[in-house]
Design a protein around this ligand. Sequence first.
Ligand SMILES: [Fe+2]
Length: 199
Amino acid sequence: MERQLKTIFPSVVQISEVEGAETLNRNLLQTIEDIRSVTPNARPDSWVSSVYTTLNSADRLHEMPEFAPLRDIILREASDFADTLRLNHRQYPLRISDCWFNIYGPKDGQEVHLHANNLISGSYYVKAPPGSSGLMFHSPMDGEMLSPPYTEMNALNSMALEMPVEEGMIVLFRSCLRHSVRPSATDDERISVSFNLAM
Ligand SMILES: [Fe+2]
């Protein structure tokens, strides 16, 4: 008997280490502190934790000269990811829709969500001290009410997977892929710059 197993509808995440991230992060931290000192927390009421975010306030960071080096990295990485996805971005160029930063204090996290009306989303990690949470991805097939007993957890049966994050790491994924952040286990701040791209 001939039998085939086919993996269909896989979820792909692109993870890159940015070269020269130390200098980049030092400059970004300064600008982030400057913005934070004059920008009230724009956290939506529906968010559970008290994470500080400039979502919906300072969300055009990619237009600021101070963020130009990171913007170029985002566009370069998104271009490669778009090639992987076979998006026709040569004919219909990708553009950054919005770009903002998030500061997670002690016990701050982020509920499961996705980024509607975009194609590619991602985060760059400016500060990720030991004990800070990774980026948790949730399977599009996690409709099971309870997790049955498994002999082994792997890519075929896991409903969630936490990617550890490090300073200087840039993570890209399709905007429809749901994700979350576990409550931070450190008193140190975890700082990420998040962004969306559309055609
Ligand atoms: Fe997100």
